[in-house]
Design a protein around this ligand. Structure first.
Ligand code: ADP
Ligand code: MG
Length: 397
């Protein structure tokens, strides 16, 4: 789960990290009061969406709005006007995709003078199974660009969980960032606090881009992006409260309500499968035969008729889906029950695209018979390869 920048900064502030004063604004009428509570002479108005690259982004035509989702203002009035202009508009950045994201909240913040922009991130390194630091002097720009063109400007190291974090790690970061004097001490404290927050709140990712050095020589968190491990959210009700469901894929949201493991992808073949491993194999074989999956969907071991119907609704609500492949292994579940579920689902939600069903396991003969006798236009398949070829052929012709 991701949260907004202003929420991330509030959380990091509670861990003693240096952030600017700011106010979140949901309604244009509140913008002037909010900006007035902050010290000038510079204000920054920042669109709050779960995507980066806001500064270089642009608002969707025809109502063009301000140039970019991060704007400087020289007065309270100007800040309020920028907030008013951003709210309700759609911001497009390289991370939102061409559809962009509607701005429902803006953050007004005290402006900072910037001497240097640096990059700092903590993440879970799956190779070493450790928390890793990624550090670069090239802040304020895309770290992917830096990694591609000047990888020598990125330092990365992981922390041994047995010995934990020590001030040595903080000094290593400070040295890599070219910090001097009192900044080193500030950096060591920051690293300690960030690491503590990361571990305590079960984060997956913590990215500060930029971390700045002010002309006075202080360091400050100017942008913050936090991601949390969904599997650990149950033990962090305070973090769950920060969830903004308007930022999430509505199909994924609906799926989570029915306990379906669903991830939207950009292909054309909707998949309904039980078991993550089988779902992965199904996606692979669709690709092998020349098409692309529209989603990952694991309906789980105990797929009920209701779950199957819900899964069908989610798949068919995706306009990119040109065909559906059902690939279910009836182990604990019986194939005849699954077949009945599929038929009930098709009758309820209708079917405008080809549907290939491959069943295997307990009572498979009865399951196939039920589908064959249903009168529905379902293409039966015998094995995984056969199923994938049939659905790709039905879609591509
Ligand atoms: P994004 O990464 O989504 O573009 P950032 O928060 O990183 O958004 O802002 C983009 C740029 O705007 C920063 O690199 C920085 O130069 C400037 N900026 C952001 N916040 C402030 C601030 N409070 N004061 C001054 N400049 C800022
Ligand atoms: Mg940024």
């Amino acid at each position: 789960m991701n949260i907004h920048e202003y929420q991330a900064k509030q959380l990091l502030k509670s861990y003693g990290c240096p952030v600017s004063n700011g106010r979140v604004v949901l309604k244009a009428e509140e913008a002037k009061t909010a900006a007035g509570e902050l010290d000038g002479p510079l204000w920054v108005v920042k669109a709050q969406i779960h995507a980066g690259g806001r500064g270089k982004g642009h608002f969707k035509e025809p109502e063009a709005g301000p140039k970019g989702g991060v704007r400087l203002a020289k007065s309270v009035e100007e800040a309020a006007e920028l907030a008013r202009q951003m709210l309700g508009r759609t911001l497009i950045t390289h991370q939102t995709g061409p559809a962009g994201k509607q701005v429902n909240r803006v953050y007004i913040e005290e402006g900072s003078d910037i001497a240097r922009e640096l990059y700092l991130a903590l993440l879970i390194d799956r190779k070493t199974s450790r928390v890793s630091f990624v550090v670069s002097t090239e802040g304020g720009m895309d770290i992917e660009e830096v990694a591609a063109h000047t990888p020598e400007k990125i330092l990365s190291f992981s922390v041994d969980p047995a010995t934990g974090l020590s001030d040595f790690h903080g000094r290593r970061v400070a040295f890599a960032l070219g910090l001097q004097g009192g900044q080193v001490k500030q950096c060591v404290a920051l690293i300690r606090n960030l690491y503590k927050a990361f571990i305590e709140k079960d984060m997956e990712m913590l990215e500060i881009n930029p971390l700045i050095v002010t002309p006075e020589g202080n360091i400050k968190v100017l942008d913050a992006k936090l991601g949390f491990d969904n599997n650990a959210l149950y033990r962090h009700p305070d973090i769950q409260d920060l969830r903004d469901t308007t930022e999430e894929d509505p199909k994924e949201l609906e799926a989570s309500r029915f306990d379906l493991n669903y991830i939207a992808l950009d292909g054309e073949i909707g998949c309904m499968v039980n078991g993550a491993g089988l779902a992965m194999a199904t996606m692979d074989i669709i690709k092998l035969y020349g098409s692309n999956p529209a989603n990952f969907l694991d309906v789980g071991g105990g797929a009920t008729r209701e779950k199957v119907t819900e899964a069908f609704k989610i798949i068919t609500s995706d306009p990119n889906v040109k065909g559906i492949l059902v690939n279910i292994f009836g182990g604990i579940m019986r194939c005849d029950i699954i077949a009945e579920g599929i038929i009930a689902a098709v009758k309820e939600v209708g079917l405008k695209v080809p549907l290939v069903v491959r069943l295997e396991g307990t009572n498979v003969a009865l399951g196939k018979e039920i589908i064959a006798n249903s009168g529905l236009n379902v293409i039966a398949a015998d094995d995984l390869g056969d199923a994938a070829q049939k659905i790709v052929k039905a879609v591509k012709g």
